[in-house]
Design a protein around this ligand. Structure first.
Ligand SMILES: [Zn+2]
Ligand SMILES: [Zn+2]
Length: 356
């Protein structure tokens, strides 16, 4: 089969990739669509260090093709959204509903692929930029067949992370004032979750003014281009003193520091953007003296087994936009074109199509 491999030097569409048979608790999934997320690009640029060679892709949807003997949660033919979270299901964190804090689920390599006898890793224990991938059963979450695959794929990273940060990490309530910095795949999902919970105002911030339209469509009440202005001052003006929550979805040191300056007393900054490893933030301790907080957030603090079907239902009920996130479909061999279009800020999400 074909897949997209990063070997540490080159990003290539390869032929002859093989994936092993499912073990006891594993599921073989035929990928139909996969979104290209910034984290895939970050592996290529080195912002996210990852073992090579690796099959990229961590936001996908497809059809279950084969299941291991111990799998009861899905069966052949089910439509599934894939989750990157290979949580163990048995530790105290899993048992108390915090699978993103499961120690088994972070920093482990999964290596289901081979190419010419050489083992190939799966990025984020998923590796869905391939015609087929192998995951643990709790990573393949069934969804209703009415949800188109291209839209469903985006639930697996963009929606879980962006919406999850609002709903499960920050737990934003109606009437709270929110800012989302960076109107990409993650930011748009934060914006639509803020709309769902009734936050107000919802201020979208992006240096690309072409993002204004989609930000407003997804629920932003205001759009701010921070170029050449003091972002904190502009936010304080619009909110009457500052934001209760700022969601940083860019991953740039100076943006994170400026975002901190947007908080009102008691406000929290949630960092979703991935800065290059080793980045140091600088801020004055007194600037967070009045009960401000800085929050990390892994994968939207989500519980994928519960949250993925919930987002699919919200989509079918017309309350969550997914189709609008799919800016363009590309055949898998056009991966370099997707990266180029992403670099130009043209895409909410570019989504790859995989033929069987
Ligand atoms: Zn992602
Ligand atoms: Zn666990």
């Amino acid at each position: 089969m074909r897949g997209i491999v990063w070997d540490g030097k080159e990003l290539c569409v390869v032929e002859g990739l093989a994936v092993r048979e499912p073990g006891h608790d594993e599921v073989l999934v035929r990928i139909v669509n996969a979104g290209v997320c910034h984290s895939d690009v970050s592996v290529v640029t080195g912002t996210i260090p990852f073992a090579t060679p690796v099959v990229l892709g961590h936001e996908g949807a497809g059809v279950v093709e084969q299941v291991g003997a111990g799998v009861t949660s899905v069966r052949e033919g089910d439509h599934v959204v894939l989750s990157t979270l290979r949580s163990c299901g048995a530790c105290a964190r899993c048992a108390t509903g915090s699978p993103t804090l499961c120690r088994e689920s972070f920093g482990k390599l999964s290596t289901p692929f081979t190419l010419g006898g050489v083992a190939h890793h799966a990025f984020a224990t998923l590796g869905c930029f391939a015609q087929r991938t192998l995951v643990r059963s709790n990573q393949a979450i069934p969804i209703p067949k009415e949800v188109p695959f291209a839209s469903a794929a985006l639930i697996g990273c963009g929606v879980l992370t962006g919406a999850g940060a609002v709903l499960h990490r920050a737990k934003v309530r109606a009437g709270e004032r929110a800012v989302v910095v960076g109107v990409g795949g993650i930011g748009l999902n934060a914006i639509q979750a803020l709309r769902l919970v009734g936050a107000h105002p919802i201020i979208a911030v992006d240096t690309n003014v072409e993002k204004r339209g989609i930000a407003i469509d997804f629920g932003a009440t205001h759009f701010l281009d921070p170029s050449g202005i003091d972002m904190g001052e502009a936010v304080r003006d619009l909110t009457g003193g500052g934001a209760d929550y700022v969601f940083e979805c860019v991953g740039i040191k100076s943006v994170m520091e400026e975002a901190l300056g947007c908080l009102d007393w008691g406000g929290s900054l949630v960092i979703l953007g991935v800065a290059p490893f080793g980045t140091n933030l600088e801020f004055k301790p007194e600037s967070i003296f009045l009960d401000q907080a800085i929050m990390g957030c892994r994968y939207g603090s989500s519980r994928p087994v519960r949250d993925i079907p919930r987002y699919a239902d919200l989509y079918l009920a017309g309350k969550l936009k997914l189709d609008e996130l799919v800016t363009q479909l590309y055949p898998m061999q056009d991966i370099h074109q997707v990266l180029e279009d992403m670099g130009k800020g043209r895409l909410a999400r570019g989504v790859l199509e995989f033929d069987s």
